[in-house]
Each structure stands twice: as structure tokens, then as C-alpha cells.
Ligand binder design. Structure first.
Ligand code: PXP
Length: 241
């Protein structure tokens, strides 16, 4: 199981005061030392946290892998093709949202996504679709040429009702098996924290988790290195259960 650390919220802290600190590039060095397998960052259309400059600098310095999350737009495709991250994860994006809400509707954007995936793959980038655990979205992702999916775990993570959480968890398990059988790499993320991550990490068909907010929040108290190491350990324990 690989752990991707989403460093957006280091940049959020910088942007709220318009300072030049904390620097997300410093975060990259620390999280890689602490055991991160990849660096995930979202260049939003409104540039509310990660900047174009961050993306350029991090691409040049990353010693693991860079996973660039981006909206399905021409502007982002051009940036990705120029920067050439190892992976791109296409996500839905709305200006007024606090964070990504739900998965991308791949079924409703097949033609657009097919040509975008073509362009990205021709640039040597592996493409993933951030989708809800839904068979039709998985099939559509495969038919667009994506090599991976990232299952949106936000509904499972945010659920306050036991029955809803269990239902959502079984949807995630079924989706992971279905996508894996179609030959897709299966990733998962959103809303995962030190309490709810173990069950997801224990799903054998999932090979990568992307986690941001809970780790950066924990880092306020224990430091970034320790926050990443602890998450890594929780995941290692869950996988070996
Ligand atoms: N994966 C995707 C595709 C995301 O958009 C995000 C949030 O930017 C994450 C994972 C990480 O979510 P969280 O910050 O809730 O851990």
C-alpha cells in the first residue's frame, strides 16, 4: 500500500496570510523522509492554495512521484503536459466548494475526457479518475483510457450514521474489486484520518491512499515528520492484519 501525502494545506496556511511561509517544498522534503511514497497536490483553477510556481519547483525536486490533481480543463491539460508529473488525477472542481465534493461524472463527459486522457498519456503521464464507488463510472473511466481510478472515500469518512457508513464501505470494496478485475490500478482518498483509514487500507485491491487534511492538522501538534510516520504505521498495521 502506497501513501500519497496531499500537501495542499501547507500552501493554504501560506495563502491565508499572503506570506512566503510555510513553504510546500519544505513539506515535500520532510514527508518523503518520513516515508511518503508520493506527493499529491491540487492546482486549483482559482489557485487558492498551490501555485503554478509550487508545481514547477516540486516537479523538479520530488524524489518519489508527483501526483497532480486537476480539473478537466484545457488550461490544466496544457500545464500538465508541460510539467509532466508522473500521475494526473482528474477531479471535479467547483469554485464555491471548501474541498472536492464527490467524484467526477466520467459518464457525462466521455468525449471530453477521452481526448484529454489521450493528450496526457501521449505526454507520458498516467491518468487516474477521481470517482465515486460506482460501476458505471469505473467502466466509463476504463473506456476513456484511464489506467487508474481513485475511489472517493469522503462519503464513508464523513458518515455519522453506522448503517450509511457500512453501506458506503461495502460499495468501496465492490468498486475496488470491479476496477481491479478490469485491470485498473485502484487508489482511494478523501476524508481519511487516523481513525477511519485502517478498514480502507485493509482492502487488498487498493494500492494507494492519498491523504492530506488529517495529517497536516496532526502536524500542528506533533510535527510533519511524526504525523506522516504515524499514518504510515497505522496503514502498515492495517495491511498486515
Ligand atoms: N484525493 C483527492 C482526489 C482529493 O481531491 C483530495 C483533497 O484535495 C484528497 C485525496 C485528500 O483529501 P483529504 O485532504 O480529505 O485527506
Amino acid at each position: 500500500m502506497e501513501l500519497g501525502i496531499n500537501i495542499d494545506h501547507v500552501a493554504t496556511l501560506r495563502q491565508v496570510r499572503g506570506t512566503d511561509y510555510p513553504d510546500p517544498t519544505t513539506a515535500v522534503k520532510i514527508v518523503e523522509k518520513a516515508g511518503a511514497d508520493l506527493i499529491t497536490l491540487h492546482l486549483r483553477e482559482d489557485r487558492r492554495h498551490i501555485s503554478d510556481r509550487d508545481v514547477e519547483i516540486i516537479r523538479a525536486m520530488v524524489s518519489t512521484r508527483m501526483n497532480l490533481e486537476m480539473a478537466a480543463t484545457d488550461e490544466m491539460t496544457q500545464i500538465a503536459c508541460a510539467i509532466k508529473p508522473h500521475d494526473v488525477c482528474i477531479v471535479p472542481e467547483r469554485r464555491e466548494e471548501l474541498t472536492t465534493e464527490g467524484g467526477l461524472d466520467v459518464c457525462g463527459k466521455l468525449d471530453l475526457l477521452r481526448s484529454m486522457v489521450d493528450e496526457l498519456r501521449n505526454a507520458g503521464i498516467r491518468v487516474s479518475m477521481f470517482i465515486d464507488p460506482d460501476a458505471s463510472q469505473i467502466e466509463a473511466s476504463k473506456s476513456c483510457g484511464a489506467e487508474a481510478i481513485e475511489i472517493h472515500t469522503g462519503t464513508y469518512a464523513d458518515s455519522t450514521d453506522d448503517q450509511c457508513r457500512e453501506l458506503e464501505f461495502s460499495r468501496i470494496v465492490d468498486a475496488a474489486c470491479f476496477a481491479h478485475d478490469l485491470g485498473l490500478k485502484v487508489n482511494a482518498g478523501h476524508g481519511l484520518n487516523y481513525e477511519n483509514v485502517s478498514r480502507v487500507a485493509n482492502i487488498s485491491k487498493i494500492s494507494e491512499l492519498n491523504i492530506g487534511h488529517s495529517i497536516i492538522a496532526e502536524a500542528v501538534f506533533v510535527g510533519l515528520y511524526e504525523a506522516v510516520s504515524r499514518m504510515k504505521q497505522v496503514i502498515v498495521d492495517a495491511v498486515s492484519e
